[in-house]
Design a protein around this ligand. Structure first.
Ligand SMILES: Nc1ncnc2c1ncn2[C@@H]1O[C@H](COP(=O)(O)OP(=O)(O)OP(=O)(O)O)[C@@H](O)[C@H]1O
Ligand SMILES: [Mg+2]
Length: 594
């Protein structure tokens, strides 16, 4: 054992003295399958594993198995590991102040063995064979020696079979399974140096290389496209250092679940730290959207107390504010240079930013330089907020209340992204992508409501689509709905599908990449209600002209005419504005004519 290993894992397992045991944050350790998985992964990592396999069935209720290639347990320790307060990781009170391992309480295995039947096979590196031990109701019932590779494999079956009241509180197998996969993805990002293999119901759900590069781990979870777009974070302030990846503002999600925060290698669910991450983006994200980030925070042991939560999900900082500040500064710095334009009047309440500028990944890159320059003219554009509010998707349900656009005359195109038009009262700037999205969305909804088949392009040769785990689940869930919209796929192998037909208008050089992105967007879609609405809005987005595409005058005229005929011409299906209006009066005021 190297010196480092010595300190991480100092001695064999022994039972903590009552004095130390009493200082351990007490409470329920095992609440759901995901809490068992977390404890087992923690143990594998503490054992120095470089490869960890996680298998589970039926959301983990039927079976959870974690296999590692760590240092294993000595034969005389295997039973002891299942005693309360038996741990090899700390022994004295002082150790509690300097915990270098994920575990330290000696609580996990006994709690798990009390909640389910457990089998363990473990072989320490100096032993010729391993030990097999089976426990029922927390008691060892069988022990054998058994040939095994160095490391530990622990199997948990029929969780809470003897505690029916607990079982009732579990979610569906799909929900529990999702929780486990989400946990595994956080762990994959926390330990890029560990190769994870996650298999759910016999299907491979996640595989990471373990080559130590967080961007590679990130790619395994979120896809190569997103991994390439992520910004590097590297920063130190006082005793706190911050490193990892942060998404550009063009990448965002509907909730905070894609923000992973690790403190001294430990995944923590810290609201203040997640807030600090979000805070760094300030107003660069559309309202109600959250960034994607994997942030590692390192600070001295005495600055952080890990012994505060029974499931070890939270930590306490000696100086939480300064940690939050360091995180905010680290991300702010990473974002510098990637900041989009901030123009127009600011009204926090109504959030009148032209969200169209921020809406689309890829748009940032294609936005013309002039638009990215900071604050070109102060408060030039007056937004038609009043007429925008209270509109959106409910308009589709009540087409009689249709909001009409004034007659618009197309003047030209700005930055291959916006259509400049003149109306009876001043100038209109129309986001070509958002406007087209509205047009296509309305058509899709109308088609689906009729007996007509969807407008689609069948493919001569089916295209193979490889999917990361969360997206494979999205496709599974939406397969039928997407087919009604023209995207026909069929399952093919474990994490792949064949694309048979795509919606008319979905043109792309790389169809499988395009459909992958479509599913990614669909997964994050929270602004539109209902499965069909979400799918239709997403398909519309991917079948619409992009920002950065030069349009001919008559194409622009046709688009504006089509927009005028839609049910809610002033918003895209996601509720973002399709146009902003600069009234004659505002123009005159700007030029000092009034
Ligand atoms: N996968 C493993 N490889 C090697 N040793 C293990 C493994 N899992 C458990 N052990 C040993 O069993 C002991 C008890 O594990 P358990 O998870 O119950 O407690 P802990 O990890 O010490 O603390 P905590 O309750 O905070 O997790 C550990 O201290 C460790 O020595
Ligand atoms: Mg443990």
């Amino acid at each position: 054992m190297s010196a480092v290993e010595e300190t991480r894992f100092p001695r064999g397992i022994r039972v903590l003295s009552p004095e130390v045991a009493a200082r351990i944050a007490a409470g329920e350790v095992v609440e759901r399958p995901v809490s068992v998985v977390r404890e087992l992964l923690d143990n594998a990592i503490d054992a120095g594993a470089s490869r960890i396999t996680l298998e589970f069935e039926e959301g983990g209720v039927a079976l959870i198995r974690v296999t590692d290639d760590g240092r294993g347990m000595e034969p005389e320790d295997v039973e002891l590991a299942f005693e309360r307060h038996a741990t090899s990781k700390i022994s004295r009170l002082d150790d509690l102040l300097q915990v270098h391992t994920l575990g330290f309480r000696g609580e996990a295995l006994p709690s798990i063995a009390a909640a389910a039947d457990v089998e363990v096979v473990s072989r320490a590196s100096k032993q010729p064979v391993g030990v097999f031990l089976a426990l029922v109701e927390g008691r060892a019932v069988r022990r054998l020696s058994r040939p095994a590779p160095v490391g530990t494999s622990l199997t948990v079956r029929d969780l809470f079979a003897r505690v029916p009241a607990r079982r009732k509180f579990l979610g569906t197998a799909a929900a529990e399974s999702r929780a486990v996969i989400v946990l595994a993805t956080h762990y994959a990002l926390a330990y890029p140096g560990v190769s994870f293999q996650v298999v759910s119901g016999g299907r491979r759900a996640l595989t990471t290389s373990g080559d130590g590069d967080i961007r590679h781990a990130f790619a395994a979870v979120y896809g190569a496209g997103m991994a390439a777009a992520m910004l590097n974070v590297e920063y130190a302030e006082g005793v706190v250092s911050v490193a990892g990846l942060a998404g550009p503002p063009s990448v965002h999600r509907g909730n905070r679940s894609a923000i992973s925060v690790f403190v001294n290698g430990r995944w923590v669910q810290s609201r203040p730290l997640a807030f600090a991450v979000v805070d760094a983006y300030q107003s660069q994200l559309p309202g109600g959207r959250f960034p994607v980030a994997a942030i590692h925070i390192a600070l001295p042991d005495e600055e952080v107390d890990v012994n505060v939560h029974p499931a070890k999900a939270e930590v306490r900082f000696r100086d939480e504010r300064s940690v939050g500040r360091a995180v905010r500064h680290a991300i702010t710095r990473a974002l510098e240079g990637a900041r989009p334009v901030d123009w127009g009047p600011r009204d926090e309440r109504a959030d009148p930013r032209p969200a169209v500028l921020l809406a689309d990944p890829g748009r940032l890159g294609s936005a013309p330089e002039a638009l990215r320059a900071p604050r070109p003219v102060q408060a030039v554009l007056e937004l038609t907020r009043r007429s925008l509010s209270g509109q959106g998707d409910q308009q589709i349900a009540r087409p009689t209340q249709r909001d009409l656009l004034p007659l618009l005359r197309v003047v030209g195109q700005l930055g291959a992204t916006y259509i400049v038009a003149e109306g009876p009262d001043g100038m209109y700037l129309i986001d070509q992508h958002a406007a087209h999205e509205r047009v296509v969305y309305d058509r899709l909804v109308a088609k689906a409501g009729s007996a007509e088949p969807p407008a689609l392009q069948p493919l001569l040769e089916p295209v193979l689509l490889d999917l990361e785990p969360p997206l494979a689940a999205v496709l599974e869930e939406y397969r039928g709905t997407l087919a009604r919209l023209g995207l026909e796929t069929e399952p093919f192998g474990e994490r792949s599908a064949l694309i048979r037909a795509v919606p008319a208008g979905l043109g792309a050089v790389d169809l499988s990449q395009e459909v992958g992105r479509l599913l990614e967007k669909l997964e994050g879609e929270t602004r539109v209600e209902g499965a069909f609405g979400k799918a239709a809005a997403t398909v519309a987005c991917h079948s619409s002209v992009r920002a950065g595409m030069a349009l001919a005058m008559d194409e622009m005229r046709r688009l504006v005419e089509d927009l005028e005929r839609t049910t809610a011409p002033r918003t895209c299906p996601h509720g973002r504005p399709t146009l902003i209006h600069l009234g004659t009066e505002a123009i005159e005021r700007q030029f000092g004519r009034r």
